[in-house]
Ligand binder design. Structure first.
Ligand code: B12
Length: 319
């Protein structure tokens, strides 16, 4: 199909590029020329979305966008096939993880040097190369994990950990802001429940949801059930997401979750993820909350929940 009828959010979802990168590639490099609606919104054809995906692969393979932006699509297909090692998907996977690892190493080095501009620059480069979801799933999440491990084994101090958390917090806050979606977008309320003070997982969820076109109401860490439910009602949330990280054995959490479910409008699904989530699986199951395996699972779930009135039971559970 050649008709241009896909909004930019569809191009974002299908290519893994951010809307910001797509616009820059268009404006500065003339990579594609989307049609416009009467209200000046961009509309992309299937071919243009394919082109953007191919350009992403070419830039990941080391070509600068300036070199490849105007190449014919057929030529881009050839380049992408070469980059992926033609019929050798394993080579492409190795290549992908090498790219991810280099961003991760650079970010860890910046944390060790307590160098905020270097850490921000590294995260920005990763965002351009991997797209918004790639940055969150493949760099920021693993970075938080690596920092936790280095901190535990004494390779870095609490100051490094606090420094990294502060820079990541601001970076994710800005990332979510730059994707601020209008009033028509479905609302997601994000928080950690009372007693859960680790905040980065919730911030990651906020940035991921904003990148997927959701209007994010971010409430921060350690919030009582009544406050979360109140915010969800006030902003007519389509969905509420909780991050559970530490501790894994809080005896008060089951009651908090039960209260939240009682106070939330019946049609609003509750999603929960984070490293401590499996420890509360029974309590979550009891209230009908949906356990989220990871950010990729969240993305597919949120896609399904975009349409109003989707039956809660139709939402996919992790395999
Ligand atoms: C930053 C940090 C802190 C900061 C928190 C600052 C803040 N405002 O958030 C401070 C310094 C305060 C802190 C304190 C402590 N911390 Co701490 N901390 C961390 C660190 C480095 C990141 C924490 C974080 O937010 N992680 C959340 C995300 C990034 O990680 P995740 O849970 O694996 O989530 C992934 C997915 O599950 C998903 N996700 C997360 N939430 C959700 C939600 C949904 C809906 C979905 C779809 C997905 C999703 O996204 C992530 C990426 O894939 C971790 C290391 C780590 N590996 O997480 C340690 C860590 C969590 N902390 C730990 C500990 C032990 C503590 C302390 C007890 C230390 C101490 N002795 O004082 C205290 C506890 C304080 C308390 N009362 O709870 C341990 C927990 C060990 C355990 N048994 O689980 C960890 C794992 C470090 C370690 N390796 O030992 N910490």
């Amino acid at each position: 199909m050649t008709n241009a009828h896909h909004a930019i959010k569809v191009a974002v979802r299908r290519t893994g590029l951010t809307a910001h990168v797509i616009r820059i590639w268009e404006k500065r490099h003339g990579a594609v020329a989307p049609q416009r609606t009467s209200t000046n919104r961009r509309l992309y054809s299937e071919v243009q979305i394919e082109r953007l995906g191919l350009l992403r692969e070419a830039t990941q393979a080391g070509h600068s966008i300036g070199q490849v932006a105007k190449l014919p699509t057929e030529k881009l297909r050839k380049l992408a096939a070469e980059a992926a090692g033609s019929n050798r998907p394993a080579a492409s996977a190795r290549y992908q993880s090498a790219v991810t690892l280099s961003f991760l190493n650079e970010s860890v080095a910046a944390v060790k040097a307590l160098d905020a501009p270097r850490l921000e620059a590294s995260l920005k480069r990763a965002e351009t190369a991997l797209g918004g979801q790639g940055l969150l799933q493949r760099v920021v999440g693993p970075l938080a994990q690596t920092i936790g491990e280095l901190w535990r084994d004494g390779s870095i101090t609490a100051a490094h950990e606090h420094f990294a958390s502060a820079v990541i917090r601001i970076f994710l806050g800005n990332a979510a802001k730059s994707f601020a979606n209008g009033d028509a977008a479905p609302v997601i309320v994000i928080a950690t429940p009372a007693g859960q003070i680790h905040e980065l997982g919730a911030l990651l969820v906020g940035a991921a949801a904003a990148n997927l076109g959701w209007h994010v109401t971010y409430l921060g860490a350690s919030l009582p059930a009544a406050e979360i439910a109140g915010a969800a009602r006030q902003n007519r949330a389509r969905v509420v997401a909780l991050s559970l990280v530490y501790p894994e054995d809080d005896p008060r959490l089951a009651a908090e979750l039960a209260k939240l479910q009682e106070l939330l409008p019946g049609e609003v699904p509750l999603l929960a993820g984070g490293r401590a989530m499996p420890a509360y699986r029974d309590a979550l199951e009891k209230i009908g909350a949906l356990p989220m395996k990871d950010l990729a699972h969240l993305s597919s779930t949120l896609d399904g929940l975009r349409k109003p009135n989707k039956n809660k039971n139709e939402i996919s559970l992790p395999s």
